[in-house]
Design a protein around this ligand. Sequence first.
Ligand code: NAD
Ligand code: MN
Length: 334
Amino acid sequence: GQTYRICLIEGDGIGHEVVPAARRVLEATGLKFEFTEAEAGWETFEKYGTSVPEETVEKIRAADATLFGAATSPTRKVEGFFGAIRYLRKRLDLFANVRPAKYHPVPGAIQGTDLVVVRENTEGLYVEQERRYARGRIAIADRVITYDASYRIAEYALKLAQRRRGKLALVHKANVLPLSDGLFLEAAYDAAKHYPDVEISEVIVDACAMRLVRRPQDFDVLVMENLFGDIISDLTAGLVGGLGIAPSGNIGEEAAIFEPVHGSAPDIAGKGIANPTATILSAAMMLEHLGEKEAAERIERAVDRVLAEGPRTPDLGGDATTEAFTDAVIRALG
Ligand code: NAD
Ligand code: MN
Protein backbone atom coordinates (compact mmCIF):
# COMPACT_ATOMS: atom_id res chain seq x y z
CA GLY A 1 0.00 0.00 0.00
CA GLN A 2 0.65 3.70 0.01
CA THR A 3 2.86 5.55 2.53
CA TYR A 4 1.01 8.40 4.22
CA ARG A 5 2.98 11.47 5.23
CA ILE A 6 1.65 12.59 8.60
CA CYS A 7 2.66 15.76 10.41
CA LEU A 8 2.44 15.46 14.20
CA ILE A 9 2.10 18.57 16.36
CA GLU A 10 1.99 17.87 20.07
CA GLY A 11 1.56 21.51 21.08
CA ASP A 12 1.32 22.06 24.85
CA GLY A 13 0.30 20.30 28.06
CA ILE A 14 -1.29 16.89 27.55
CA GLY A 15 -0.62 17.27 23.81
CA HIS A 16 2.77 15.76 24.67
CA GLU A 17 1.02 12.69 26.03
CA VAL A 18 -2.00 12.13 23.77
CA VAL A 19 -0.29 12.64 20.41
CA PRO A 20 2.42 10.00 21.02
CA ALA A 21 -0.36 7.66 22.20
CA ALA A 22 -2.29 8.17 18.96
CA ARG A 23 0.91 7.69 16.96
CA ARG A 24 1.41 4.28 18.55
CA VAL A 25 -2.13 3.30 17.59
CA LEU A 26 -1.58 4.48 14.00
CA GLU A 27 1.61 2.45 13.81
CA ALA A 28 -0.25 -0.62 15.09
CA THR A 29 -2.75 -0.52 12.18
CA GLY A 30 -0.18 -2.00 9.81
CA LEU A 31 -0.54 0.92 7.38
CA LYS A 32 2.64 2.70 6.28
CA PHE A 33 3.37 6.15 7.65
CA GLU A 34 6.15 8.66 7.38
CA PHE A 35 5.87 10.97 10.39
CA THR A 36 7.29 14.49 10.65
CA GLU A 37 7.09 16.51 13.82
CA ALA A 38 6.33 20.22 13.96
CA GLU A 39 5.92 22.80 16.71
CA ALA A 40 3.08 25.17 17.55
CA GLY A 41 1.48 26.75 20.59
CA TRP A 42 2.49 28.53 23.75
CA GLU A 43 5.78 26.72 24.41
CA THR A 44 6.72 27.42 20.80
CA PHE A 45 5.89 31.09 21.30
CA GLU A 46 8.12 31.22 24.39
CA LYS A 47 10.95 29.61 22.44
CA TYR A 48 10.76 31.43 19.10
CA GLY A 49 8.51 34.47 19.68
CA THR A 50 5.83 33.02 17.40
CA SER A 51 3.22 30.37 18.13
CA VAL A 52 3.37 29.06 14.54
CA PRO A 53 6.83 29.09 12.90
CA GLU A 54 6.84 29.18 9.09
CA GLU A 55 8.49 25.75 9.09
CA THR A 56 5.36 24.33 10.75
CA VAL A 57 3.12 25.74 8.01
CA GLU A 58 5.41 24.19 5.39
CA LYS A 59 5.40 20.81 7.11
CA ILE A 60 1.59 20.80 7.33
CA ARG A 61 1.35 21.70 3.63
CA ALA A 62 3.81 18.95 2.68
CA ALA A 63 1.95 16.30 4.66
CA ASP A 64 -1.09 14.31 3.57
CA ALA A 65 -2.68 15.20 6.91
CA THR A 66 -1.77 16.60 10.33
CA LEU A 67 -2.59 15.42 13.83
CA PHE A 68 -2.58 18.19 16.42
CA GLY A 69 -2.68 17.80 20.22
CA ALA A 70 -3.64 21.00 21.98
CA ALA A 71 -2.31 24.50 22.43
CA THR A 72 -2.41 26.67 25.52
CA SER A 73 -3.63 30.25 25.22
CA PRO A 74 -2.67 32.68 28.00
CA THR A 75 -5.67 34.30 29.68
CA ARG A 76 -3.89 37.64 29.86
CA LYS A 77 -3.10 39.64 26.72
CA VAL A 78 0.44 38.85 25.53
CA GLU A 79 2.03 41.12 22.91
CA GLY A 80 2.59 39.29 19.62
CA PHE A 81 0.83 36.07 20.66
CA PHE A 82 -1.91 34.51 18.57
CA GLY A 83 -3.78 31.24 18.96
CA ALA A 84 -2.08 28.53 16.88
CA ILE A 85 -5.14 26.66 15.65
CA ARG A 86 -7.10 29.79 14.85
CA TYR A 87 -4.13 31.09 12.87
CA LEU A 88 -3.70 27.82 10.96
CA ARG A 89 -7.41 27.69 10.08
CA LYS A 90 -7.10 31.12 8.47
CA ARG A 91 -3.67 30.70 6.94
CA LEU A 92 -4.45 27.33 5.32
CA ASP A 93 -8.10 28.14 4.57
CA LEU A 94 -9.35 25.15 6.55
CA PHE A 95 -12.95 26.07 5.82
CA ALA A 96 -14.70 23.02 7.26
CA ASN A 97 -14.69 22.25 10.97
CA VAL A 98 -16.02 18.73 11.23
CA ARG A 99 -17.16 17.38 14.58
CA PRO A 100 -18.66 13.91 14.80
CA ALA A 101 -20.67 13.04 17.88
CA LYS A 102 -21.02 9.29 18.03
CA TYR A 103 -21.99 7.05 20.91
CA HIS A 104 -19.11 5.35 22.69
CA PRO A 105 -19.60 3.33 25.89
CA VAL A 106 -18.76 6.04 28.42
CA PRO A 107 -20.79 7.47 31.33
CA GLY A 108 -23.53 9.89 30.28
CA ALA A 109 -23.40 9.18 26.55
CA ILE A 110 -26.75 8.88 24.75
CA GLN A 111 -27.11 5.57 22.88
CA GLY A 112 -27.82 5.69 19.17
CA THR A 113 -26.27 9.12 18.68
CA ASP A 114 -24.32 9.19 15.42
CA LEU A 115 -24.21 12.65 13.89
CA VAL A 116 -21.70 15.12 12.47
CA VAL A 117 -21.72 18.88 12.94
CA VAL A 118 -20.16 20.66 9.96
CA ARG A 119 -19.23 24.20 10.98
CA GLU A 120 -18.23 26.95 8.56
CA ASN A 121 -14.80 27.90 9.78
CA THR A 122 -13.78 31.15 8.06
CA GLU A 123 -16.42 33.87 8.51
CA GLY A 124 -19.50 34.74 10.57
CA LEU A 125 -18.56 36.57 13.75
CA TYR A 126 -15.00 35.22 13.57
CA VAL A 127 -13.96 37.95 11.14
CA GLU A 128 -13.33 39.69 14.49
CA GLN A 129 -14.53 43.14 13.44
CA GLU A 130 -15.80 44.92 16.53
CA ARG A 131 -16.29 48.60 17.19
CA ARG A 132 -17.55 50.79 19.98
CA TYR A 133 -19.56 53.96 19.61
CA ALA A 134 -21.25 56.50 21.81
CA ARG A 135 -18.40 56.87 24.27
CA GLY A 136 -18.18 53.13 24.66
CA ARG A 137 -21.85 52.49 25.38
CA ILE A 138 -22.66 50.78 22.08
CA ALA A 139 -20.73 47.90 20.60
CA ILE A 140 -21.16 46.38 17.16
CA ALA A 141 -19.65 43.14 15.87
CA ASP A 142 -19.87 42.33 12.16
CA ARG A 143 -21.21 38.93 11.22
CA VAL A 144 -20.19 38.15 7.65
CA ILE A 145 -22.05 35.56 5.58
CA THR A 146 -20.99 35.10 1.95
CA TYR A 147 -22.65 33.08 -0.78
CA ASP A 148 -19.37 31.41 -1.74
CA ALA A 149 -18.37 30.27 1.75
CA SER A 150 -21.93 29.08 2.44
CA TYR A 151 -22.03 27.14 -0.85
CA ARG A 152 -18.63 25.58 -0.17
CA ILE A 153 -19.51 24.40 3.35
CA ALA A 154 -22.93 23.14 2.22
CA GLU A 155 -21.27 21.17 -0.57
CA TYR A 156 -18.85 19.60 1.93
CA ALA A 157 -21.77 18.63 4.19
CA LEU A 158 -23.80 17.26 1.26
CA LYS A 159 -20.93 15.00 0.19
CA LEU A 160 -20.53 13.81 3.75
CA ALA A 161 -24.28 13.12 4.07
CA GLN A 162 -24.14 11.14 0.85
CA ARG A 163 -21.50 8.84 2.35
CA ARG A 164 -23.58 8.46 5.54
CA ARG A 165 -27.36 8.16 6.00
CA GLY A 166 -28.22 10.80 3.38
CA LYS A 167 -29.80 13.37 5.69
CA LEU A 168 -28.69 17.00 6.03
CA ALA A 169 -30.10 19.60 8.41
CA LEU A 170 -29.53 23.25 7.50
CA VAL A 171 -29.28 25.06 10.83
CA HIS A 172 -30.01 28.78 10.77
CA LYS A 173 -31.83 31.79 12.20
CA ALA A 174 -33.29 33.15 8.98
CA ASN A 175 -36.53 34.04 10.75
CA VAL A 176 -34.66 36.85 12.51
CA LEU A 177 -31.85 37.36 9.99
CA PRO A 178 -33.45 36.87 6.57
CA LEU A 179 -30.71 38.70 4.67
CA SER A 180 -27.68 36.95 6.14
CA ASP A 181 -29.02 33.54 7.16
CA GLY A 182 -31.33 33.72 4.17
CA LEU A 183 -28.22 33.93 2.00
CA PHE A 184 -26.73 30.92 3.79
CA LEU A 185 -29.90 28.94 3.01
CA GLU A 186 -30.03 30.13 -0.60
CA ALA A 187 -26.46 29.00 -1.22
CA ALA A 188 -27.08 25.67 0.54
CA TYR A 189 -30.17 24.96 -1.59
CA ASP A 190 -28.22 25.83 -4.74
CA ALA A 191 -25.54 23.33 -3.73
CA ALA A 192 -28.22 20.75 -2.83
CA LYS A 193 -29.59 20.77 -6.39
CA HIS A 194 -26.55 18.69 -7.33
CA TYR A 195 -27.24 16.13 -4.57
CA PRO A 196 -30.85 15.07 -5.16
CA ASP A 197 -30.31 11.90 -3.11
CA VAL A 198 -29.69 13.89 0.09
CA GLU A 199 -32.79 14.64 2.14
CA ILE A 200 -32.67 18.28 3.28
CA SER A 201 -34.38 19.74 6.34
CA GLU A 202 -34.27 23.21 7.86
CA VAL A 203 -33.94 23.67 11.61
CA ILE A 204 -33.86 26.97 13.48
CA VAL A 205 -30.80 26.96 15.69
CA ASP A 206 -32.49 27.32 19.09
CA ALA A 207 -35.02 24.60 18.30
CA CYS A 208 -32.11 22.54 17.03
CA ALA A 209 -30.41 22.77 20.43
CA MET A 210 -33.53 21.48 22.14
CA ARG A 211 -34.16 18.69 19.64
CA LEU A 212 -30.54 17.56 19.92
CA VAL A 213 -30.84 17.20 23.67
CA ARG A 214 -34.14 15.33 23.41
CA ARG A 215 -33.59 13.14 20.35
CA PRO A 216 -30.04 13.27 18.93
CA GLN A 217 -30.72 9.99 17.09
CA ASP A 218 -32.90 11.93 14.61
CA PHE A 219 -29.86 13.73 13.16
CA ASP A 220 -27.27 12.67 10.61
CA VAL A 221 -25.29 15.65 9.24
CA LEU A 222 -25.90 19.25 10.36
CA VAL A 223 -24.37 22.27 8.63
CA MET A 224 -24.24 25.81 9.99
CA GLU A 225 -22.32 29.06 10.16
CA ASN A 226 -19.37 29.60 12.44
CA LEU A 227 -20.80 30.71 15.81
CA PHE A 228 -23.81 28.39 15.70
CA GLY A 229 -21.38 25.57 14.92
CA ASP A 230 -19.10 26.52 17.79
CA ILE A 231 -21.93 26.29 20.29
CA ILE A 232 -23.91 23.39 18.85
CA SER A 233 -20.80 21.21 18.47
CA ASP A 234 -19.93 21.63 22.14
CA LEU A 235 -23.49 20.62 22.94
CA THR A 236 -23.22 17.50 20.76
CA ALA A 237 -19.85 16.62 22.33
CA GLY A 238 -21.67 16.75 25.65
CA LEU A 239 -24.30 14.31 24.37
CA VAL A 240 -21.70 11.60 23.88
CA GLY A 241 -19.63 11.99 27.01
CA GLY A 242 -17.71 15.21 26.65
CA LEU A 243 -14.14 16.34 26.27
CA GLY A 244 -12.15 13.15 26.72
CA ILE A 245 -13.97 11.61 23.76
CA ALA A 246 -14.69 14.26 21.12
CA PRO A 247 -12.56 14.34 17.94
CA SER A 248 -12.56 16.98 15.20
CA GLY A 249 -11.15 17.86 11.81
CA ASN A 250 -10.24 21.19 10.20
CA ILE A 251 -10.38 20.53 6.51
CA GLY A 252 -9.40 22.60 3.48
CA GLU A 253 -8.34 22.07 -0.13
CA GLU A 254 -4.62 22.11 0.58
CA ALA A 255 -4.40 20.75 4.12
CA ALA A 256 -6.30 18.98 6.87
CA ILE A 257 -5.64 19.11 10.60
CA PHE A 258 -7.29 16.67 13.01
CA GLU A 259 -7.39 17.41 16.73
CA PRO A 260 -9.23 16.54 19.92
CA VAL A 261 -11.83 19.11 20.94
CA HIS A 262 -10.28 19.41 24.40
CA GLY A 263 -7.46 21.79 25.34
CA SER A 264 -4.02 21.31 26.91
CA ALA A 265 -5.45 20.43 30.37
CA PRO A 266 -2.67 22.09 32.42
CA ASP A 267 -4.24 20.70 35.62
CA ILE A 268 -3.29 17.12 34.70
CA ALA A 269 -0.43 17.68 32.23
CA GLY A 270 2.74 15.69 32.88
CA LYS A 271 1.00 13.16 35.13
CA GLY A 272 0.55 10.52 32.45
CA ILE A 273 -3.19 10.19 33.10
CA ALA A 274 -4.68 12.13 30.17
CA ASN A 275 -7.36 10.28 28.24
CA PRO A 276 -6.02 9.80 24.69
CA THR A 277 -9.41 8.67 23.29
CA ALA A 278 -10.30 11.98 21.60
CA THR A 279 -6.90 12.10 19.90
CA ILE A 280 -7.01 8.44 18.89
CA LEU A 281 -10.50 9.00 17.42
CA SER A 282 -9.15 12.13 15.66
CA ALA A 283 -6.44 9.92 14.16
CA ALA A 284 -9.16 7.49 13.03
CA MET A 285 -11.02 10.40 11.43
CA MET A 286 -7.78 11.33 9.70
CA LEU A 287 -7.48 7.82 8.28
CA GLU A 288 -11.03 7.97 6.99
CA HIS A 289 -10.20 11.30 5.35
CA LEU A 290 -7.23 9.61 3.68
CA GLY A 291 -9.52 6.92 2.32
CA GLU A 292 -8.63 4.26 4.91
CA LYS A 293 -12.16 3.68 6.15
CA GLU A 294 -11.55 0.11 7.20
CA ALA A 295 -8.55 0.95 9.40
CA ALA A 296 -10.50 3.86 10.87
CA GLU A 297 -13.35 1.54 11.82
CA ARG A 298 -10.94 -0.99 13.34
CA ILE A 299 -9.51 1.73 15.59
CA GLU A 300 -13.00 2.82 16.64
CA ARG A 301 -14.02 -0.73 17.48
CA ALA A 302 -10.83 -1.26 19.49
CA VAL A 303 -11.39 1.98 21.42
CA ASP A 304 -15.01 1.01 22.12
CA ARG A 305 -13.99 -2.37 23.42
CA VAL A 306 -11.49 -0.87 25.85
CA LEU A 307 -13.92 1.86 26.94
CA ALA A 308 -16.51 -0.83 27.66
CA GLU A 309 -14.25 -3.41 29.32
CA GLY A 310 -11.58 -1.17 30.78
CA PRO A 311 -9.03 -0.16 31.74
CA ARG A 312 -10.24 3.44 31.78
CA THR A 313 -8.41 6.67 32.55
CA PRO A 314 -9.33 8.63 35.72
CA ASP A 315 -11.60 11.14 33.89
CA LEU A 316 -13.86 8.15 33.11
CA GLY A 317 -13.70 6.74 36.61
CA GLY A 318 -10.78 4.35 36.10
CA ASP A 319 -7.19 4.40 37.30
CA ALA A 320 -5.33 3.58 34.08
CA THR A 321 -2.48 5.68 32.78
CA THR A 322 -2.47 7.08 29.24
CA GLU A 323 0.02 4.38 28.35
CA ALA A 324 -1.93 1.48 29.86
CA PHE A 325 -5.10 2.59 28.07
CA THR A 326 -3.21 2.90 24.80
CA ASP A 327 -1.61 -0.54 25.27
CA ALA A 328 -5.09 -2.00 25.72
CA VAL A 329 -6.36 -0.29 22.53
CA ILE A 330 -3.40 -1.67 20.60
CA ARG A 331 -4.08 -5.17 21.96
CA ALA A 332 -7.75 -4.85 21.00
CA LEU A 333 -6.72 -3.88 17.45
CA GLY A 334 -5.51 -7.47 17.14
P1 NAD B 1 -9.29 21.78 28.71
O1 NAD B 1 -10.04 21.04 27.67
O2 NAD B 1 -7.83 21.82 28.56
O3 NAD B 1 -9.62 21.15 30.16
C1 NAD B 1 -10.90 21.20 30.76
C2 NAD B 1 -11.01 20.09 31.85
O4 NAD B 1 -11.13 18.83 31.22
C3 NAD B 1 -9.78 20.01 32.73
O5 NAD B 1 -10.16 19.66 34.03
C4 NAD B 1 -8.97 18.88 32.11
O6 NAD B 1 -8.15 18.20 33.02
C5 NAD B 1 -10.05 17.98 31.55
N1 NAD B 1 -9.59 17.31 30.34
C6 NAD B 1 -9.48 17.84 29.09
N2 NAD B 1 -8.99 16.95 28.24
C7 NAD B 1 -8.79 15.82 28.93
C8 NAD B 1 -8.28 14.53 28.59
N3 NAD B 1 -7.89 14.23 27.34
N4 NAD B 1 -8.18 13.61 29.58
C9 NAD B 1 -8.57 13.88 30.82
N5 NAD B 1 -9.06 15.08 31.22
C10 NAD B 1 -9.17 16.03 30.27
O7 NAD B 1 -9.91 23.25 28.74
P2 NAD B 1 -9.41 24.50 29.60
O8 NAD B 1 -8.94 24.06 30.94
O9 NAD B 1 -10.51 25.48 29.49
O10 NAD B 1 -8.18 25.08 28.80
C11 NAD B 1 -6.81 24.78 29.08
C12 NAD B 1 -5.95 25.39 27.98
O11 NAD B 1 -6.25 24.76 26.74
C13 NAD B 1 -6.20 26.87 27.79
O12 NAD B 1 -4.96 27.50 27.56
C14 NAD B 1 -7.06 26.93 26.54
O13 NAD B 1 -6.87 28.13 25.84
C15 NAD B 1 -6.55 25.75 25.77
N6 NAD B 1 -7.52 25.18 24.81
C16 NAD B 1 -7.02 24.75 23.64
C17 NAD B 1 -7.84 24.13 22.72
C18 NAD B 1 -7.24 23.65 21.44
O14 NAD B 1 -6.02 23.54 21.34
N7 NAD B 1 -8.02 23.34 20.44
C19 NAD B 1 -9.19 23.94 23.00
C20 NAD B 1 -9.69 24.36 24.25
C21 NAD B 1 -8.84 24.97 25.14
MN1 MN C 1 -15.42 26.30 20.89
